[in-house]
Design a protein around this ligand. Structure first.
Ligand code: 6GU
Length: 273
């Protein structure tokens, strides 16, 4: 996969040299190119932003530098035979970035990221490129960052670990929270490793039992417990057919029961915090 990032802070993308993404690059599975948007500015001050039409606070990134930067970047990739590109525009007003979208992006041969600083990029830029290639406006969560660069790191890492040959062990993402299938939409429960006691704290007996069925059941119970505590919305969203008899017992212990539509919600007499 090829990834281009156009940014006014190229050094913000340095973490792409490290860890999983760095190794994927070194192994030749990922070709990452970071470009400085200011290389496409035209005045002495390398200006890339201006005041918003209609007034208001902050600055808006200008069409000119972005248009030329994206044209040149796309021309270079096409020439190199990078395949069909998609433009990824990180913005708090984008669609939520999910594991499903990470999987979709991982199928593409070439991603071009356009992270904005300031109040965003003049909308005509995305309008223009949407006529030529798929454009994904994505948000990584319900909070506001100073710019999209951190989101580029997040999306790139989520995508890179799905690329063939990047994760050593294919099973290591099968049970991920949010991975399709497996633990179907539950959060992962607690994990333990050596030593067997630490500061007086032991390991749950079942994990030492060697009884795979009981261990799987315990993990499922803990996943339900953690999901109820941290992401009750995921339980509500679950197809109730995904819950077996033991799941239903566990949910009942946690104060959840099926409503009129069969979907699980908190029992009426249990107050949610
Ligand atoms: Cl992608 N960008 C910015 N600036 N803030 C965000 C975000 C992106 N996702 C959540 N907050």
């Amino acid at each position: 996969m090829r990834i281009d990032v156009v940014t006014i802070f190229p050094e913000y993308l340095e973490p792409l040299n490290v860890s999983l993404v760095g190794k994927a690059r070194a192994a030749g599975r990922l070709d990452v190119r970071v470009h400085d948007l200011r290389d496409w500015a035209h005045d002495r001050h390398n200006t890339v932003d201006d005041t918003p039409y209609g007034g208001g606070p902050g600055m808006v990134m200008m069409t000119g530098p972005w248009g030329e930067a994206l044209d040149d970047t796309l021309a270079d990739g096409y020439e190199a035979g990078a395949g069909r590109p998609a433009l990824v525009v990180p913005t708090p007003s984008g669609r939520p970035f999910t594991q499903q979208l990470a999987g979709e992006l991982a199928e593409r041969p070439w991603l071009v990221f356009a992270p904005a600083r300031y109040e965003g990029i003049d909308t005509r830029v995305t309008d223009e490129y949407r006529t030529r290639l798929p454009v994904y406006e994505v948000s990584i969560g319900d909070y506001v960052l100073a710019g999209g660069e951190a989101a580029v790191l997040v999306v790139t890492e989520a995508v890179a670990r799905l690329l063939p040959g990047v994760l050593g062990n294919a099973a290591s993402y099968r049970d991920d929270s949010f991975a399709p299938g497996a633990m179907a939409d539950l959060l992962e429960g607690p994990v333990y490793t050596k030593p067997p006691t630490w500061r007086g704290r032991g390991i749950p007996e079942v994990l030492l039992s060697g009884h795979h069925g009981k261990i799987a059941r315990w993990r499922r119970d803990e996943a339900l417990r953690r999901t109820v505590a941290h992401r009750p919305d995921l339980i509500r969203r679950c197809d109730p057919a995904a819950f077996d008899k033991r799941d239903r017992e566990m949910l009942s212990i946690l104060g959840w029961m099926p409503g009129p539509d069969g979907r699980f919600g908190p029992s009426p007499h249990v107050m949610e915090e």
